[in-house]
Design a protein around this ligand. Structure first.
Ligand code: NAD
Ligand code: TYD
Length: 352
C-alpha cells in the first residue's frame, strides 16, 4: 500500500510525511511544486529512504497526477498543497485561485478517473482526504460559539474564499460521483519547519535577529493554536476511521490573542536565549492592521473526539516550548530560508 501526499514539502505536509514514516512503513509519494513555501530540505532526513519518493510537479497538471496514480496505485490521496498565507492572498489572489481551486478540481478529476477503474475492494478502501482550514467559517464575535462542522461558510479573505471553494468541490465530487472523500478543517498550526512569514516563526526569527515584532492592529485578534504533529495524528485518525463525505474540525482547545502569543514567545526566548539588551518584548511594534482581518477563530473539536477518540497531545505550553527550542537548534535552516538558499536544495538534491 502507498499514499500520495500533495504539498509534502510545505510546513504541515512535511511534518505529516515525517510523522507518518516514523510510525509506519507504508510508502509515501510526495507531489510538490516547490513554490517559495516548499522546502525540500524539510524532507532531507528521508534522502535515500526507499519508502519515500519525491516528485516535483504541479497539482494543476492533470496528466502528471494521472500518471502518478497509475504508477503508484495509492490507497489514499492526502491533499495538503495550497497557497496558504492570507497576506499574500490579499496582495496577489491569482495564485490562490489557481492552486487552491483549479488544483483541487484537477486532483478530484484525476482521482475520480483512477478510483472508478479500481476493483471493488480497492475502490471501497480508497480515500481522498482534503486538508482545509477553519478560516472558511469566517470571523466570530467574542461571545459566539466556536465553529462546529455545521457552521455556515463565511470566508472573508481571498485565501479563505479559495479554500471554501475547494471544500465545496470536494463535497460535490462525493455527492455527485460517490468519490470517497474526507475533509478536515483545522485551526492555526505551529511547530518546527514553519516558514517565517506566519506569526509564530516570524516572531521567533525576528526577535533573535533583534528586529521589530510587528503586531497587526490592536493585537487582540484571537486564533486557536494546534501543534503540528497533533494535526498529523488527527489526520491519521480521520483517514483511518472518518465517515465518508463527512467533515471533521480539528483544534487545540487553545484560544489566544496574538499579543499573548507574542508575549509567550518573548518570555521563552528571555529564558532560553537571554539578550543583553533586555526582554525581547521591547521589540513589539504595532503596525497597520491587515485589511478585512478576521477577529476570532475558535474550534469546537468535539465531533472528532466523540467519533474517533482524538484529542491533542500537546498543550500550548509544551508545544510552544518545543517550537522555540527547535528554532534555536536550527539556525542554519532559518538562515537558508531567509537568504533564499533553501531553494538551492532542489538543485542539489533533486535530479529527476
Ligand atoms: P505551506 O504554504 O507551508 O505549504 C504548501 C505546500 O504546497 C508547499 O510545499 C508548496 O510548494 C506546495 N504547493 C503550492 N502550490 C502547489 C501546486 N500548484 N502544486 C503542487 N504543490 C504546490 O502550507 P501549510 O501551512 O503546510 O498548509 C498545508 C495545508 O493545510 C493547506 O491546504 C492549508 O490551507 C491547510 N491549513 C493550514 C493551516 C496553518 O496553520 N498553516 C491551518 C489549517 C489548514
Ligand atoms: P498568520 O500566522 O498569518 O495566520 P492566519 O492569518 O492564517 O490566522 O497570522 C496569525 C495572526 O497573527 C493573525 O491574526 C494575523 C496576526 N499577525 C500579526 O499580528 N503580525 C504578523 O506579522 C503576522 C504574520 C500575523
Amino acid at each position: 500500500m502507498t499514499i500520495l501526499v500533495t504539498g509534502g514539502a510545505g510546513f504541515i505536509g512535511s511534518n505529516f510525511v515525517l510523522d507518518w514514516l516514523s510510525s509506519s512503513d507504508e510508502p509515501v509519494v510526495t507531489l510538490d511544486a516547490l513554490t517559495y513555501a516548499g522546502n525540500l530540505e524539510n524532507l532531507a532526513s528521508l534522502a535515500g529512504d526507499a519508502r519515500h519518493i519525491f516528485v516535483k510537479g504541479d497539482i494543476c497538471d492533470g496528466a502528471l497526477v494521472a500518471k502518478l496514480l497509475a504508477e503508484h496505485q495509492p490507497r489514499a490521496l492526502l491533499h495538503f498543497a495550497a497557497e496558504s498565507h492570507v497576506d499574500r492572498s490579499i496582495s496577489g489572489p491569482g495564485a490562490f485561485m489557481r492552486t487552491n481551486i483549479e488544483g483541487t478540481y484537477t486532483l478530484l478529476e484525476a482521482a475520480r478517473a483512477y478510483w472508478s477503474e479500481l476493483g471493488e475492494a480497492d475502490k471501497a478502501a480508497f480515500r481522498f482526504h482534503h486538508v482545509s482550514t477553519d478560516e472558511v467559517y469566517g470571523s466570530l464575535g467574542a461571545d459566539d460559539a466556536p465553529f462546529a462542522e455545521t457552521k455556515t461558510y463565511e470566508p472573508n479573505s481571498p485565501y479563505s474564499a479559495s479554500k471554501a471553494a475547494s471544500d465545496h468541490l470536494v463535497r460535490a465530487w462525493h455527492h455527485t460521483y460517490g468519490l470517497p472523500v474526507l475533509t478536515t478543517n483545522c485551526s492555526n498550526n505551529y511547530g518546527p519547519l514553519h516558514f517565517p512569514e506566519k506569526l509564530i516563526p516570524l516572531m521567533i526569527v525576528n526577535a533573535l535577529a533583534g528586529k521589530a515584532l510587528p503586531i497587526y492592529g490592536d493585537g487582540k485578534n484571537v486564533r486557536d493554536w494546534l501543534y503540528v504533529t497533533d494535526h498529523a495524528s488527527a489526520i491519521r485518525a480521520v483517514l483511518a476511521g472518518g465517515r465518508l463525505g463527512e467533515t471533521y474540525n480539528i483544534g487545540g482547545w487553545n484560544e489566544m490573542t496574538n499579543l499573548d502569543i507574542v508575549h509567550t514567545v518573548c518570555a521563552l526566548l528571555d529564558e532560553l536565549r537571554p539578550d543583553a539588551g533586555g526582554s525581547y518584548k521591547r521589540l513589539i511594534t504595532y503596525v497597520k492592521d491587515r485589511p478585512g482581518h478576521d477577529r476570532r477563530y475558535a474550534i469546537d473539536a468535539r465531533k472528532i473526539e466523540r467519533e474517533l477518540g482524538w484529542r491533542p497531545a500537546e498543550t500550548f505550553a509544551t508545544g510552544i516550548r518545543k517550537t522555540v527550542q527547535w528554532y534555536l537548534d536550527h539556525p542554519e535552516w532559518v538562515a537558508r530560508v531567509q537568504s533564499g538558499a533553501y531553494r538551492d536544495w532542489v538543485a542539489q538534491q533533486y535530479t529527476a
